[in-house]
Write a protein that binds this ligand. Structure first.
Ligand code: FMN
Length: 180
């Protein structure tokens, strides 16, 4: 990737992946990016569970009634956990790590998509986080913010449309609406 300006335009959510394996070195680079992401007070109180077992990916993909199914077809899923006891901004810290991994994945020619876990529930009211905790064995103090599914894209996605950016949501100085 040439520069960050192009990278942010190129990153799109990818939910269909090929069978191509992700090189161990690339996976490590993605995790390295997460471990370099900013955290409040430098607490770095996140954890990442890397899953590549097909059966486990399928089980994870069922942690929500909808929106999580694409994880079954990912080559690797990274479950992003925050420590609720260590920091009151665990969701922010976890989210920043997650999106940093997504940009790194794009830079490596990989596709990725975020699967929301926090505040998501099964139809019977069971939190999706509980389902993942049961499957993956993480302790009670930790909660999953999201799962990032990663793989080589099976479909091409257009880069972000430069002409469709919501510049009207950017307010200079105050929120006051500009006069026509
Ligand atoms: C906080 C957050 C939660 C998301 N949750 C899901 C999800 O559960 N399932 C999914 O398929 N995509 C999910 N996405 C991806 C969005 O649908 C996607 O980013 C959005 O449609 C814009 O498309 P783009 O990423 O290609 O620009 C999520 C993205 C964010 C930032």
């Amino acid at each position: 990737m040439e520069n960050f300006k192009e990278l942010v335009q190129k990153r799109r959510s990818v939910r269909k992946f090929t069978d191509q394996d992700i090189a161990a070195e690339d996976l490590q680079t993605i995790l390295r990016a997460a471990l370099m992401s900013p955290t409040s007070k430098g607490t770095r109180a996140w954890h990442f569970i890397v899953v590549d077992d097909k059966e486990m990916l399928e089980k994870i993909s069922l942690c929500r009634p909808m929106g999580s199914q694409f994880v079954a077809g990912a080559k690797v899923a990274i479950v992003v956990l925050g420590d609720r006891e260590a920091t009151d901004v665990w969701c922010e810290d976890a989210s920043l790590a997650a999106v940093t991994m997504q940009y790194q994945a794009t830079d490596l020619g990989l596709g990725s998509c975020w699967c929301q876990v926090r505040n998501r529930y099964m139809e019977n009211g069971e939190p999706s986080d509980n389902i993942l905790r049961y499957l993956l064995g993480y302790p009670e103090d930790l909660s999953a913010e999201c799962v990032i599914g990663i793989g080589y894209p099976a479909i091409e996605r257009k880069p972000q449309d430069e002409d469709n950016l919501k510049w009207e949501n950017v307010h200079i100085g105050t929120f006051a609406e500009e006069e026509e």
